[in-house]
Design a protein around this ligand. Structure first.
Ligand code: HEM
Length: 542
C-alpha cells in the first residue's frame, strides 16, 4: 500500500515538474517575451482569473498595470492588454475583421455536435428541454455565423426604429415615478431612504421587458427583485467574468456530468421568453394576424415574429426567436441599469453639475416623461450622459480579439504575432488624458461641451477624437446592437427623474460599492427623494 502511495506521489511530482518545465520552455520561446506584465502572467492565465475573483475590481488592476508597464501589458501567456485609444481603429474596425477571442468558448460536449470539436459558449442559455444550447450572440466567434444571425434583426435597433418604442417606455417611467412617490415621498413614507441602484435596476429591467414582450417583469410594481431574477442574473455574471479567463475550467465545474458547480442557469429568462412566445401565438390565433398589423405600437416580439415569417423557411425557428428575446433582456437590462445608477450617483456627488442640469431642464417646457426628441435639445444632459458612460462604462473587462495571421506592429515598433489575444478595457482607455483632457478620474461633463476659447471646428475635432476613443459600446462589426435603445432610455429616465424630484444622498461623504463582474454593478447609492419644490418632512416639522 505504501509502495503504491509512494509511486503515485512520484508520478504526481513528475507530472508537476513536466508542466513547470513546459511552461518555462514556452516562456523562453514565446514571441511575447518582450511584453512586461505581472510575473505569473508569463506562465498562466490563473493570476488574471484570481484577480477578477478576489478583487472584483480588475479595472483598477488593469489601470495600475498600464501605469507601471506602459501601453501594452502581458496579461497571460498569450494575452496582451492595450491602452492606446489610437489602436481602436486597428483592433475593432480594421480590415479584415479581427475575430472575437475564444474567452467564452470550450470544446463542445453537446449531443447534437461532434464531441470536442465545435465550441460551445460558457454563457449559453439552455433551452426548455434543458439540453439544447441557445448561443449567446455576444460570444459568437464565427463572424459569418454571427452576421447571418444578426442580419434579420439589425435594422430593428437603428435610432429611427427604437424611437417607435417610446410609447411603450413612457408608461413604465410613469409607473416608476408613481412607485417612488407612494413608497418614499407621500404621507407616512416621506423621507424613507432606498438604494437607487436597486430602483434603477427595476426600471431598466421593466422597460426592457415591456418593449420586448409587451409586459413588464413587475419589479417596479412589487418594489423588489421578484423571484430573485436580478440576483440570479448577477450571480451568473460573477461566475462568467471569472471562468472566461480560463474557459476550459467550465467543463470541470459547470459542465461536469456528476454535479454542476457553476453559474445559476438563465432558465428563468428562458421560461419567461418561451411563456411570452406561447402566449403571443395563442393571442394571434384568437385575434387573427390582422390584429398585429393594426397594433399602434409593435413590441420586439411582434417584430421578431414578422422577421421569422419573412425569412427563408427553416432559417429562423422558434428557438431563434427565443434567442433574440434573450439578447435584449440579458445584454440590455443590467448594462442600462448601470448607466442609470452611475448617472444618479455622479449627479448627487457633484451638486454643481446637478444644479446646472436642473437649470437646463427648468428653462424648457418639457413633457413628463421627457421625450427623446426633447432630450436631444438639452446639451448639458447629453454631456452628463456621455461623461457618465465614460467614467462608468457598463462593461469592465477587456473586449478581446484575436490578432489575424500575419500579426501587427504597435506604434512603438513591437511586433504582436497572429493568434495572440489582445484587448482593450474601456475603463483603461477612458482614463487617457491625451484623448479626454485633464482629470479623467473626475466627473466633468463640461469636457463634452464647447469651451469659450474654442471655435466650433476646434470643438468638433476634439469631440470627434473623444467619441472615437469611447469604448463604452465597443466599436466596429461587433459594436453593441442595443446602444441606441440604451441611450434613448437613459436620457429619458434621467431627464424625467431630475426634472421632477430632488434627490439627496443619505451620507454624502460615503462612496458607493462597485463590483466588476464583467458588468460593473453598483450598490449603496442610498438616497431620499422629494418632489421638486416640496419641503422635506424635517423642514416642515422643524
Ligand atoms: C449602457 C448599456 C450598454 C452597454 C454599456 C453595452 C455594452 C456592450 C459592449 C461593450 C459590447 C461589445 C462587446 C465586444 O466588443 O466584445 C456590446 C455588445 C452587445 N450588446 Fe450591448 N451594451 C448596452 C446595452 C445593450 C442593449 C440595450 C442591448 C439590447 C437591446 C444590447 C445588446 C448587445 C448585443 C446583442 C451585443 C453583441 C453584438 C454583436 O456581437 O454583434 N446591449 N454591448
Amino acid at each position: 500500500m505504501l509502495g503504491v502511495l509512494a509511486l503515485t506521489f512520484r508520478f504526481l511530482l513528475a507530472g508537476i515538474a513536466l508542466i513547470v518545465l513546459k511552461k518555462l520552455v514556452d516562456h523562453v520561446r514565446s514571441p511575447l517575451r518582450q511584453f512586461d506584465g505581472p510575473f505569473l502572467a508569463k506562465f498562466t492565465d490563473l493570476w488574471r482569473l484570481l484577480d477578477i475573483k478576489t478583487t472584483r475590481r480588475c479595472d483598477i488592476t488593469h489601470n495600475n498595470l498600464h501605469k507601471q508597464y506602459g501601453p501594452a501589458v502581458r496579461m497571460g501567456p498569450n494575452c496582451i492588454s492595450l491602452a492606446d485609444p489610437g489602436l481602436i481603429k486597428v483592433v475593432y474596425t480594421g480590415r479584415p475583421r479581427w475575430k472575437k477571442s475564444t474567452m467564452c468558448t470550450y470544446p463542445s460536449l453537446s449531443p447534437n455536435k461532434p464531441p470536442l470539436t465545435a465550441p460551445d459558449n460558457v454563457n449559453d442559455a439552455l433551452g426548455p428541454d434543458g439540453k439544447t444550447r441557445i448561443t449567446n450572440l455576444n460570444s459568437e466567434t464565427n463572424e459569418s455565423a454571427h452576421d447571418k444571425t444578426v442580419a434579420p434583426i439589425r435594422s430593428m435597433y437603428t435610432m429611427s426604429n427604437v424611437k417607435s418604442f417610446e410609447p411603450l417606455i413612457d408608461p413604465v417611467i410613469t409607473r416608476l415615478c408613481a412607485a417612488l412617490e407612494s413608497r418614499f415621498i407621500d404621507g407616512a413614507n416621506a423621507g424613507t431612504s432606498f438604494d437607487a441602484a436597486d430602483w434603477m435596476n427595476y426600471a431598466a429591467w421593466d422597460i426592457m421587458s415591456e418593449i420586448t414582450f409587451g409586459k413588464p417583469f413587475g419589479f417596479i410594481d412589487q418594489g423588489k427583485d421578484v423571484g430573485g431574477f436580478l440576483a440570479t442574473s448577477q450571480r451568473g455574471l460573477d461566475y462568467f467574468a471569472v471562468i472566461c479567463q480560463m474557459p476550459w475550467l467550465d467543463l470541470v465545474l459547470d459542465k461536469n456530468p456528476v454535479k454542476r458547480i457553476g453559474a445559476p442557469s438563465f432558465s428563468w429568462a428562458v421560461e419567461f421568453s418561451v411563456g411570452a412566445l406561447v402566449e403571443r401565438y395563442q393571442q394571434m390565433a384568437a385575434d387573427g394576424e390582422k390584429k398585429v398589423e393594426e397594433k399602434p405600437v409593435k413590441d420586439f416580439l411582434d417584430k421578431f415574429l414578422e422577421a421569422k415569417a419573412k425569412a427563408e423557411p427553416g432559417t429562423i425557428d422558434d428557438m431563434q426567436v427565443v434567442n433574440f428575446l434573450l439578447v435584449n433582456v440579458l445584454a440590455g437590462s443590467d448594462t442600462t441599469a448601470i448607466t442609470l445608477g452611475a448617472a444618479v450617483y455622479y449627479l448627487l456627488k457633484n451638486p454643481a453639475v446637478l444644479k446646472k442640469l436642473v437649470r437646463e431642464l427648468d428653462e424648457r417646457e418639457l413633457s413628463t416623461p421627457v421625450s427623446w426628441t426633447e432630450t436631444l435639445e438639452l446639451p448639458y444632459l447629453n454631456a452628463v450622459m456621455q461623461e457618465t458612460m465614460r467614467i462608468h462604462g457598463g462593461v469592465g473587462l477587456m473586449l478581446e480579439r484575436e490578432v489575424p495571421a500575419g500579426g501587427f506592429s504597435l506604434p512603438d515598433g513591437r511586433f504582436v504575432p497572429g493568434g495572440t489575444v489582445v484587448g482593450m478595457n474601456p475603463w483603461v482607455v477612458h482614463m487617457n488624458e491625451e484623448y479626454f483632457g485633464p482629470n479623467t478620474e473626475k466627473f466633468v461633463p463640461e469636457r463634452w461641451m464647447r469651451r469659450s476659447e474654442e471655435t466650433t471646428e476646434q470643438f468638433e475635432a476634439r469631440e470627434k477624437k473623444m467619441k472615437e476613443a469611447t469604448l463604452t459600446f465597443g466599436h466596429g462589426s461587433r459594436i453593441c446592437l442595443g446602444r441606441n435603445l440604451s441611450r434613448l432610455e437613459a436620457n429619458k429616465v434621467i431627464a424625467t427623474l431630475s426634472k421632477n424630484y430632488e434627490w439627496s444622498l443619505v451620507q454624502p461623504e460615503k462612496d458607493w460599492k462597485i463590483r466588476n463582474s464583467w458588468f460593473t454593478y453598483q450598490s449603496g447609492i442610498n438616497v431620499t427623494v422629494k418632489k421638486r419644490g416640496q419641503k422635506a418632512e424635517c423642514d416642515v416639522a422643524c
